[in-house]
Ligand binder design. Structure first.
Ligand SMILES: Nc1ncnc2c1ncn2[C@@H]1O[C@H](COP(=O)(O)OP(=O)(O)OP(=O)(O)O)[C@@H](O)[C@H]1O
Length: 229
């Protein structure tokens, strides 16, 4: 479970999150959406314990986050954070050595699914293939919480669909809580349980995706357009 309690985060004079309170429960895939600079990455970094709130508290699985919580949170950052001279196989082996919950068998299945060349040097991979490798690394962990910052950015529109289908088959939805930020809302809509909209550091709406479809007969983009106006 993830709880943000009245969380404000300031970077010098800039308020990136403004008294945000939200509770996310296991067994669901959440989408966090909002314009550039609305505070999405800040929220993910607070949950991962990479940065800390200016006010309020972040609680993950019952514990106040006061340091990096990499043992329970698998965090896929927006940035490329691996050793460029390693090849794909060596990168997988490195992650396996770092995280006790890293599932080598799952990683190998995902590499095959993503059609990644195990011998290719990371620095020589295309942006799209680096994106695929990042997804493999983060989903290969049997961590209770998976947070992914823009997992589809840089991926070709033609392959996004198959990657999204892959995401769902490699997430253990009975046990894991997944939080994804994305601008590619339409591509990811199919796998989301709930969507949370953020604007200027405040949560301005939250919906169960099935309710939007069944009760309001609209998709996420229609709903976002209506609340952002
Ligand atoms: N390290 C930092 N120092 C100063 N300001 C920052 C820092 N990181 C983020 N900000 C500012 O905080 C606000 C929220 O940034 P954040 O990266 O959380 O937004 P975002 O919703 O993830 O944006 P994007 O969709 O562009 O990735 C922005 O105005 C950004 O410029």
């Amino acid at each position: 479970m993830i709880e943000l309690k009245q969380v404000t985060k300031r970077y010098r004079s800039k308020k990136a999150l403004d008294e945000v309170s939200v509770t996310l429960t296991p067994g669901k895939i959440y989408g966090l959406v909002g314009e550039n600079g609305s505070g999405k990455s800040t929220m993910l970094k607070l949950i991962a314990g990479i940065i800390y709130p200016t006010q309020g508290e972040v609680v993950v699985d019952g514990k106040r986050v006061d340091r990096r919580v990499s043992s329970i949170v698998s965090y896929l950052s927006e940035l490329d954070e691996y050793y460029p001279f390693f090849n794909v196989e060596q990168t997988i082996a490195f992650y396996h050595s770092q995280f006790s919950d890293f599932d080598l068998e799952k990683a190998n299945e995902m590499l095959t699914f993503m059609k990644l060349d195990r011998k290719a040097k990371v620095k020589e991979l295309s942006k799209g293939n680096r994106g695929r490798l990042k997804i493999v690394l983060s989903l290969s962990r049997n961590a209770p919480i998976i947070i992914m910052d823009e997992p589809l950015s840089g991926l070709d529109p033609m392959v996004r669909n198959s990657i999204v289908k892959g995401l769902i088959s490699f997430i253990d939805i009975d046990k894991q809580l997944v939080l994804i930020t994305t601008h590619e809302i339409q591509d990811i809509e199919i796998i989301l349980d709930e969507v949370i909209a953020i604007k200027d550091g405040k949560i301005i709406g939250r919906k169960v995706v099935e309710d939007l479809r069944e009760q309001e007969n609209v998709g996420i983009v229609d709903w976002l357009t209506s609340i952002y106006e």
